[in-house]
Structure formats: structure tokens, C-alpha cells
Design a protein. Structure first.
Length: 609
């Protein structure tokens, strides 16, 4: 009843897993300062261990020969005859097994052991007797039980029966299991960046023993700092934060190069080799010593190369989400760096390359990259060959990254297939290896090639959102009401558009024909100052009737100055309720006409500017 209650409460009762010799002989065993005499090693352990450390159960692997020679019965008799010492007599649980003469029998033995050992127990291994293969089986079972059954391996004893002298030592060789744990933890950190296993192994060494005070606390405090360095570096790597990871890697690298606490080195197997493996893993990504805020970090060639190595590492480890995300940001940073290099500078200050807003910020560079990509559909001849090269690679990485970062919430499947992955890797390698070619990073489109979108903005945000996503203009003229213009900032953010915008407001959007004429004149006057605009896209959908008539008046004005004019409409075929619930879904663009003002066209009698 007591054992059943303990198991229900999840008590980690001790279990001894052992085997017997079919032909035992009386032997003197030494465990620490205790010397006992017994015919079988498990009996020696029961006699030598402190009473409070005795196992609750003894699982004995029994071959047919062991049973035939009566060794199980002999051990059971000896165990039941143990003197009462205030603790229950261990329960002997025989496990009948084959001899393990072939692969099938070895797997059978392993399965029987795994089935017999209770989850959540504390396991003691005795490897003294049995076939040599039993030692490997015991270790394999122990690793499995520890990893998947929450079994704690307390010790692993081996009686050195072949050693000289009358007393045969019982050695605790559980350090071999610890060694495997450490090797696996370091390998996991190197291959995935995850430090959880290393942290679990280090945590006991960071706990101060009872009574330790003053300077004696320092080794344990230093170990806790090492644990913190592992955790911070691992979190930054997992969260795809290249600067934070660079700092974390630097802290971890610095800490591991220092001498470690003696109590830690005494217990870690091959500490110099293990720490060397970790140092090799983080060294390529560490930043120079950097104090204060992140804006002190400049963007130079060395920093771009460091981040490129991190993209490579993510790709090698199969973290495509992180690889795509960082490759996108790296491309923006590279474009900023190349622009500065074209101006004779060798670095970009942190307050610029880590700032999103402003003419020199990241949003501005992203806008220019998106602008290049907008010419890929039907207007590639405006770009140079090298600009097309950059636009194609940026467009692919941007779109695939967006698909993944929205977690597949899309009507289409966005799972990256093998071809997508190969294309991404090819494009990424080409970008990474092209930093010495300034012309490949030229974001300036030829004079007169800029695009201006002229559009009304009513209560529906979706039409303008679609227009910005489809056209990707350089400039935007908006005819709006005081109420509808308040949505403009959100629409631009949702469309990730960062071009130049000019708003023209109608106080009376429903009947403001007279004030509308003035807005049209203002719009045309503003257009005269944009000699770089060679392409006008005029949206005839959205807004009120007055707004649409005024936009048509602009489209038919002789003041457009010979620019190419394209009239378009934008359509969202979803139900009205869906459009209102989620306006930020890209709809369709319908081209109505494309002409220059010198060509004959129908006269619009509605409004004349």
C-alpha cells in the first residue's frame, strides 16, 4: 500500500537494475570505505550502500542458465534475510530474458527492460555480471529512460573482479553517461543554437552548498553568470536578432575563455575540448566589445559579413523562416551600405541604419527596393540589367518572407518546396557575393521614369490599399475628405508603401463641385513641379461621385504635359461584409485606357479645370 501511494504521488523511488552470474564465487567488494563479502554484486551493493540509499525494487535480468543454476532463488533468500533496519526490504522482480545471441534477441531484451522499469524512478545500474553486451544494453536503456521516461540515473556500478588484490572495487562509472549527456548537449547547441540541455547540466553547479559564504560563493556565482550567457545567446539566436546574438555570442565567448570554477571542471568530462567546440561555434558571430545602446554599432563590411554568416548558419540548420527574414533585412542593410560607399563612406552610423523613419532610414531604402520590383511587371526596360537583377532577388525574398511571417494565413499554400528553397539559396548566395559591385545596388531609376498615382479616398480603405500594392508608385496624390484622410497613414503602413504623398481635401465630399475645381487646379500645379514623373496612373474608383468626377477632370486635362496616362479601376469581388471586416486584401486592377495627352480622347463634360 505504501509503495502504491508513493507511485501515485510521483515519488522517485530507487530501482536497481542488475544481472547475476550463473557461477558466482564469494568475493570481497569495496565501495568507498565499506568492505563487504558476497557472492553476487547486487548483494554486495545492498550491504555496502547506506541503508537510506537502498533501492525499493531490484530488477534482475535472468537467463535460462541463471535460473537453472538456482541463482535467482539464492539471491531472493539473501535479500529476504536482510536484517530489519527501519526501511522496507527491497522487492525482487525477476525479468526473464534470452541470451542475446543475435540482433533479434538483443532488441527483445532492450524492450523487456524498458517495459519493466517504472517511469519517474531513480535508477541504479549494476554492470558487474552478465554477458558483455549487457553493459551496452544497460547504457542504451538508461539513456532512453532518462530522455523519455523522466528516469534519473543515480549511479552505475561496475565490480572490477579481474583487478589484483583480495578486495574488488565497486566503481561508479556513471560519469560515462554524464559524458554522453555533455556531448549531446554541446552538439545540440552547435547544430541548433539551443542551449537548454547545457543549461540543465550546468544548473546544479550554480547552486551554493549549505553553509558556503563570502568568497567561497564566487565559483557558484560565476557559474550562474555562465548559464545566463548561454541563455541570452540562445534566445537571441532563436528569435533571429543578429545584433543581440552578436552581443550574446561575445559575452559567452569571453566567459568561456576565462578559467572556470574548479568544482565545475572536476565534474565535466573533457571540459577543455567541450568548451573549445562551443567557442568555435560562436566565434564567427560575436561582435566587438560594445557597451551602451545598439546605435553605437556601425554598419560596415565586417558587420555585413558577420550577418551573412548568420544567414548561412540558419540555412544550414534548416531554419528557413529565420534565414529568409534575416536575408531580407540584410539586403536592406547592404543597399544602405552600398549607397554610403558610393558617397565615399566606409560605414553607416547606427542611428541611421537602425532607424526606420526619415529620408535615410530603412523604410526609405525598402521603398526604393520595392519601387525597383514594381517595374518587373511590364516595365523592365526602364531598369538597367543589374537593377533588374536586384529587383528579382529582392522581390522573391521579400514575398517568400512575408508568406512565412504571416504563418500561412493565405488562401494559397505558402509551404516552401524544394524548388523554392533552392531558388532562395541561389539568390541569397548571389546577393551575399555581390557587395563589391556597386552598380548592382543602384536604386535610382532613370529621370522621367517615376510614377504618380492619383486617387480618391472615401470610406473604403481597400481600394487605395490595392492601388498602392499593385502600382507601387513613387508619388501619391490623394483627393479625400477631412474624415477619410485620417485612414491614409494606416493604409500606407498596411501596403508597406513609403513614397511621397500629397493630400487635397474636400470639405464637402458630396456636393463640393465649386471647391473641387480649386482642388483640381492645385493638383495640376503640384504636378508641374514633378518633372521626374513620366507615368501617371489615375484611379477612377472609390470615394464619392464628386471625387470621381474631379479625378476624371484631372485625367483629361491638357496640363498633364505629354506624360503617359493610364486610367485604371480597382475591384474587390468579395461580399461587402467581408470587405468591411478586412479591407486589407489585395483585389484586382483593371486597365481602362493608356494614352498620352496628345492623343485624341473623349471629352469629359463634368468638370473643367
Amino acid at each position: 500500500m505504501e509503495e502504491e501511494n508513493l507511485e501515485r504521488q510521483g515519488d522517485k523511488g530507487k530501482v536497481l537494475l542488475t544481472s547475476l552470474s550463473p557461477y558466482p564465487r564469494k568475493t570481497r567488494y569495496r565501495l568507498g570505505n565499506q568492505v563487504v563479502e558476497a557472492e553476487q554484486s547486487p548483494l554486495a551493493l545492498l550491504l555496502a550502500l547506506p541503508v537510506e540509499e537502498r533501492p525499493r525494487e531490484i530488477i534482475i535480468l535472468c537467463t535460462a542458465k541463471v535460473l537453472e543454476e538456482g541463482q535467482l532463488a539464492a539471491v531472493q533468500d539473501r535479500v529476504s534475510a536482510l536484517p530489519p533496519v527501519g526501511v522496507p526490504v527491497p522487492k525482487v522482480m525477476p525479468l526473464h530474458i534470452p541470451d542475446g545471441k543475435n540482433e533479434e534477441e538483443i532488441w527483445e531484451i532492450l524492450g523487456l527492460v524498458l517495459e519493466k522499469v517504472t517511469p519517474n524512478c531513480r535508477l541504479i545500474l549494476d554492470l558487474t555480471h552478465g554477458f558483455r553486451s549487457f553493459s551496452f544494453l544497460f547504457f542504451t536503456a538508461a539513456l532512453y529512460l532518462k530522455a523519455l521516461r523522466n528516469v534519473e540515473i543515480e549511479s552505475a556500478y561496475y565490480g572490477m573482479l579481474e583487478s589484483p588484490g583480495d578486495e574488488k572495487p565497486l566503481l561508479d562509472i556513471s560519469v560515462i553517461l554524464d559524458m554522453i549527456e555533455w556531448f549531446y548537449a554541446v552538439r545540440t547547441f552547435r547544430e541548433t543554437g539551443q542551449a537548454g540541455n547545457i543549461v540543465k547540466l550546468l544548473e546544479p553547479f550554480g547552486v551554493r552548498p549549505a553553509g558556503v559564504q563570502g568568497r567561497a560563493c564566487q565559483p557558484y556565482d560565476e557559474t550562474r553568470k555562465l548559464i545566463k550567457d548561454f541563455e541570452e545567446a540562445s534566445r537571441a539566436f532563436d528569435q533571429n536578432l543578429p545584433i543581440e546574438f552578436g552581443r550574446g555570442a561575445a559575452g559567452l565567448y569571453r566567459h568561456l575563455q576565462e578559467s572556470q570554477a574548479e568544482h565545475l571542471l572536476a565534474k565535466i568530462p573533457l571540459p577543455k575540448e567541450l568548451f573549445s567546440q562551443i567557442l568555435t561555434s560562436v566565434e564567427p558571430f560575436r561582435l566587438p566589445s560594445l557597451r551602451g545602446d545598439k546605435t553605437q554599432q556601425v554598419l560596415d563590411r565586417a558587420e555585413l559579413d558577420r550577418q551573412a554568416r548568420l544567414v548561412d548558419r540558419y540555412f544550414e540548420q534548416g531554419h528557413l523562416n529565420n534565414a529568409l527574414g534575416l536575408a531580407r533585412e540584410w539586403t536592406v542593410s547592404a543597399a544602405m551600405f552600398e549607397k554610403a560607399r558610393g558617397q565615399g563612406l566606409e560605414a553607416v552610423e547606427g542611428k541611421q541604419w537602425l532607424n526606420h523613419k526619415g529620408e535615410e532610414g530603412r523604410f526609405s531604402v525598402e521603398y526604393h527596393l520595392n519601387h525597383l520590383a514594381s517595374f518587373l511587371e511590364g516595365k523592365k526596360d526602364i531598369l538597367t540589367n543589374k537593377q533588374c537583377w536586384l529587383a528579382e532577388r529582392w522581390s522573391f525574398i521579400r514575398d517568400k518572407r512575408n508568406d512565412l511571417y504571416h504563418l500561412g494565413f493565405n488562401k494559397n499554400s505558402v509551404l516552401l518546396n524544394e524548388r523554392d528553397t533552392e531558388t532562395f539559396f541561389t539568390y541569397w548566395c548571389e546577393l551575399r557575393d555581390s557587395l563589391d559591385d556597386l552598380q548592382k545596388w543602384d536604386l535610382d531609376v532613370a529621370q522621367g521614369a517615376q510614377t504618380l498615382l492619383i486617387s480618391p479616398l472615401g470610406n473604403s480603405a481597400g481600394l487605395l490599399y490595392t492601388a498602392l500594392c499593385k502600382v507601387r508608385p513613387d508619388y501619391l496624390f490623394i483627393l479625400a475628405s477631412p474624415a477619410s484622410v485620417l485612414k491614409l497613414g494606416e493604409i500606407m503602413d498596411k501596403a508597406e508603401w513609403r513614397g511621397s504623398v500629397k493630400s487635397f481635401l474636400l470639405q464637402d465630399p458630396f456636393a463640393g463641385f465649386d471647391e473641387g475645381k480649386e482642388r483640381v487646379r492645385e493638383m495640376l500645379a503640384e504636378l508641374k513641379g514633378h518633372s521626374d514623373v513620366g507615368h501617371l496612373v489615375i484611379n477612377l474608383t472609390g470615394g464619392t461621385t464628386v471625387m470621381q468626377l474631379l479625378i476624371q477632370a484631372v485625367a483629361h486635362s491638357k496640363a498633364l504635359g505629354g506624360r503617359a496616362v493610364e486610367q485604371v479601376a480597382f475591384v474587390d469581388r468579395r461580399p461587402i461584409a467581408d470587405q468591411q471586416g478586412d479591407p486589407y486584401v489585395v483585389g484586382e486592377m483593371i486597365r481602362l485606357s493608356e494614352y498620352t495627352p496628345d492623343e485624341p480622347r473623349a471629352h469629359n463634360p463634368g468638370v473643367t479645370p
